[in-house]
Design a protein around this ligand. Structure first.
Ligand SMILES: *Cc1c(COP(=O)(O)O)cnc(C)c1O
Length: 460
């Protein structure tokens, strides 16, 4: 069959101009930002791939929903629309709306974790782990080993290793494991999915011990897409059916709606057990808001309800969303650029250690590569390497993470394939000149979460 091109399954009704800058503009901007992409002003950025969180474009139907939001303090109509959308899509009966994902993580951790508990999970996520520890628990990573290997082509690098899980239960006893924290399409592993077989096995394992399974379903849609493409028996199932089946192997979920759900702010906790929901609502009132709005306005809930329905209405949305990421990834692979493989669901991770192999890790290769990419064409990525890893508080030395990456996260429905071409060409051009890229040194290093505010200058 001859090759047939495809394009985005939407057309553009409203545009947001972006500023084209010159190399000179960008040199000034990156120097003023201390060579840290977090400190750039968004108006100095041409293609913004800093994050896919809260950066989605809403549809006309969602924007129309904003006008129809019911701002009643109690019993908002928009809340009930959201309840219905979550029930029909994710299958959970009880909805606890929150201002964003971490609000849901806070409440879940507070109601389930006791001092000294252990929470196994498939690689940590920053805010998730924070709330588990804040509630007195400790997080243990039970993801399969392949997740830590950038070259492993394992199709389901997000899977939980049942041998590791069994070892935790044997060591601590099931009564000290309140739940397994199971993330879909694991963010920090590069957007890597778990298989349906693994969701099912983990659920059966936990059921034997009376342990709950709580999903971080933030990217469950993208996970469903990979199951449809890669797992036997799922090619003919719809994304909607697959997503519902994933959730059927759990007792509840936390969701940051700033990702899959196509809104700029929002999130929720959803559970099956009414008693658990009752306890969650008691805290919700103290930390987020009344139980029929949590942390959201009526219009936010209306747009969110519509976003949830829209993401599964046809399979075309997710195919184009992940397809755009794969399109960029394949271009880079063809050009011989070292990236984390297989390409994940929400972005491309450039292997900065391999690309800038002349720089030692303490000269911050991923930070330097991020700055160089910005200089080349105004593309903004994010360092995920030694700067993000911070220092060991006991020794004061850097943590030396195994992966030194630059993340290019793709917002949903925001950029076209032509933007992806510009990004690919820019990465290739930086790669060709890679030997000229200099390392960086700190001019200011904050004590906490240094990657957000740190400033650098190039080494001579
Ligand atoms: C973004 C994210 C969260 C936190 O959600 P916020 O809406 O940013 O508070 C939790 N888990 C995962 C996997 C995420 O990507």
């Amino acid at each position: 069959m001859p090759h047939r091109s495809w394009a985005e399954p939407y057309k553009i009704k409203m545009v947001e101009p972006i500023r084209m800058t010159t190399r000179e503009d960008r040199e000034q901007a990156i120097a003023a930002a201390g060579y840290n992409s977090f400190l750039l002003k968004s108006e100095d950025v041409y293609i913004d791939l800093l994050t896919d969180s809260g950066t989605s474009a809403m549809s006309d139907y969602q924007w129309a929903g904003l006008m129809l939001g019911d701002e009643a303090y109690a019993g908002s109509r928009s809340f009930y629309h959201l309840v219905d959308a979550v029930r029909e899509t994710y299958g959970y009966e009880e909805l606890i709306p929150t201002h964003q994902g971490r609000g849901a993580e806070h409440i879940l951790s507070q109601i389930l974790i006791k001092q000294g508990d252990v929470v196994p999970g498939n690689m940590y996520f920053t805010t998730t782990r924070f709330h588990q520890e804040y509630a007195g628990g400790s997080f243990v990573d039970v993801i399969i080993d392949e997740a830590h290997e950038p070259d492993s082509e394992h199709p389901f690098k997000g899977n939980i290793d049942l041998v590791k899980l069994q070892a935790i239960v044997d060591e601590y006893g099931a009564d000290r494991v309140p739940y397994v924290s199971f993330e879909t399409n694991v963010n920090l592993a590069g957007g890597q999915p778990a298989s349906m077989a693994n969701f099912r096995e983990v659920y059966e394992f936990c059921s034997r011990y009376g342990i709950l399974v709580m999903l971080d379903a933030t990217r469950a849609l993208e996970n469903a897409y990979f199951i449809q493409q890669r797992e036997g028996g799922y090619h003919d199932k719809s994304i909607k059916e697959i997503l519902a089946e994933i959730c059927s192997y759990s007792h509840g979920a936390t969701v940051s709606s700033k990702k899959d759900n196509l809104v700029n702010i929002g999130g929720f906790l959803a559970v099956r057990d009414p008693e658990l929901a009752r306890r969650a609502r008691a805290l919700l009132v103290a930390f987020e808001g009344l139980h029929t709005y949590g942390g959201m306005s009526g219009r936010d809930m209306e747009a969110l309800a519509r976003g949830i329905r829209e993401m599964v209405e046809t399979d075309d949305h997710v195919a184009a969303r992940v397809g755009q990421v794969l399109y960029l990834g394949e271009k880079l692979i063809k050009a011989g650029i070292p990236i984390v493989r297989p390409v994940g669901g929400h972005g491309i991770f450039l292997d900065a250690a391999a690309i800038l192999s002349h720089l030692p890790q303490e000269h911050f290769p991923a930070q330097a590569l991020t700055a160089t990419l910005y200089l080349d064409a105004g593309v903004r990525g994010m360092e995920r390497g030694i700067v993000s890893a911070g220092r060991d508080p006991s020794t004061g030395d850097h943590h030396y993470p195994r992966l030194e990456l630059v993340r290019l996260a793709i917002p949903r429905r925001v950029y076209t394939q032509a933007h992806m071409d510009v990004v690919a060409e820019s990465v290739v051009s930086v790669y060709e000149e890679r030997e000229r890229v200099k390392g960086l040194r700190f001019t200011y290093e904050p004590p906490e979460l240094r990657f957000f505010q740190a400033r650098f200058e190039p080494l001579d």
